[in-house]
Design a binder for this molecule. Structure first.
Ligand SMILES: [Zn+2]
Length: 391
């Protein structure tokens, strides 16, 4: 649906328009560059702006919301905060947040994107040596370190967020960019939104709207088989029982993972981070590389949700969807046990789906040709596999 049609009669949705306008205003609080505006709007603030935006200082300093504009803007921000920034944002300044508020304060506050550095697959605070020219003294560094340790618990946004690319960076069209961004969120229902937030928190970056849209509109339709569709829906909505959920419901003392019995059995641990399940996915990943005869990054959204995006060629995506769904259905089969599916089980499952897919093709009268094309590589792979086995 076109953005302008939403509000009916070719008018934009007024509520969204108001919220988008609020974000254009909030932009100054996030960027901390225009000290004149900031001094004017925050003349009686006790803490830095980022303390209110990110660190919940509103609970300590309620008067912040006595200001009519601040209150309105703050409420809009809170409504979208988790959706727009599921991890500690790159634009956040732990220094500004912890500084006590004075007028005419320095305009250049160090942001997380300037003081963190890549350490393996994680982001960590740069050393004192590196930050020395930028901080006042070692005590100052120590203060930043303390905030950093807290923020590390929810993790850091590694790539640019939508908020950054649509609002903070561009100097033009902020209103319409924000309007379109909020519109996309508002067309999703609440359950979907909360599922999207949880997925973003787990995999450590936001899955783009376009990818979710693709999953709902095209991805789910890859098969006529309900068992396969059901698995994808269950994954999106995270409907699998976990040791953590069970322990909460029945007040059980043990909430450890059924497979490794060491770590808390959260949804994401059971599906992706558990060392045992990791080994299983590694095996599937290696087989997929053999089938597709190419290499690609091993991303959780591709294996758990079937969102392969640009990772695999367009003509391989249907097969990829079947292959990963087969793996997940097998994991679900051994859900509450210590066991894991074997390679042969996975191959058999995929062969089942191949037969099924050919039927799907017939039902939809797509002609046999498309189905044949989808499975060509897999058939070659099977031939090679069983030849090696016979030797
Ligand atoms: Zn485990």
């Amino acid at each position: 649906m076109d953005a302008k049609e939403r509000g009916g009669f070719a008018l934009p949705d007024l509520k969204l328009y108001y919220e988008a306008a609020a974000f254009c205003w909030l932009k100054e609080w996030m960027l901390l560059e225009n000290t004149d505006i900031l001094d004017l709007e925050g003349f009686n603030n006790t803490f830095g702006w980022h303390a209110y935006l990110w660190y919940d200082k509103i609970k300590v300093h309620r008067a912040f919301k006595n200001h009519i504009v601040r209150k309105a803007l703050y409420n809009v921000w809170i409504r979208y905060k988790d959706l727009l920034e599921s991890k500690t944002p790159r634009w956040l300044s732990p220094l500004e947040a912890t500084a006590l508020k004075k007028l005419n304060m320095e305009a250049e506050w160090l942001k997380y994107r300037e003081i963190l550095e890549q350490d393996g697959d994680k982001l960590k605070l740069q050393s004192y040596e590196k930050l020395k020219p930028k901080v006042r003294d070692w005590l100052h560094y120590y203060q930043i370190m303390e905030v950093y340790k807290q923020d590390r618990k929810i993790g850091f946004q590694a790539e640019k967020s939508k908020l950054e690319t649509e609002l903070l960076e561009p100097n033009t069209k902020n209103l319409s960019r924000m309007y379109n961004l909020l519109l996309k969120w508002n067309t999703q229902d609440e359950i979907v939104k909360s599922a999207m937030i949880k997925w973003a928190q787990d995999i450590g970056h936001n899955i783009m709207f376009a990818d979710w849209e693709w999953l709902w509109n095209t991805g789910i339709k890859f098969t006529a088989c309900n068992a396969l569709k059901e698995n994808i829906m269950k994954m999106i909505y995270r409907w699998y029982m976990t040791p953590v959920k069970l322990a909460k419901i029945y007040h059980l003392p043990d909430n450890k993972c059924w497979k490794c019995k060491e770590t808390e059995g959260t949804f994401y641990h059971l599906w992706w981070t558990c060392p045992k399940i990791k080994a299983f996915w590694e095996m599937i990943y290696n087989e997929l590389k053999k089938v597709l005869k190419c290499t690609f990054p091993k991303k959780p959204e591709a294996f758990l949700l079937g969102i392969a995006g640009q990772l695999v060629l367009k003509k391989d995506r249907t097969f990829f969807m079947y292959a990963t769904t087969a793996a997940r259905i097998l994991i679900a089969k051994y859900w509450k046990t210590e066991e894991l599916p074997t390679l042969e089980e996975w191959q058999m499952k995929v062969i089942d789906y191949m037969t099924l897919a050919e039927m799907t093709g017939r039902i939809r009268e797509q002609g046999k040709e498309t189905a044949k094309e989808d499975w060509k590589k897999f058939k070659i792979y099977l031939k090679n596999y069983y030849k090696i086995e016979e030797c």
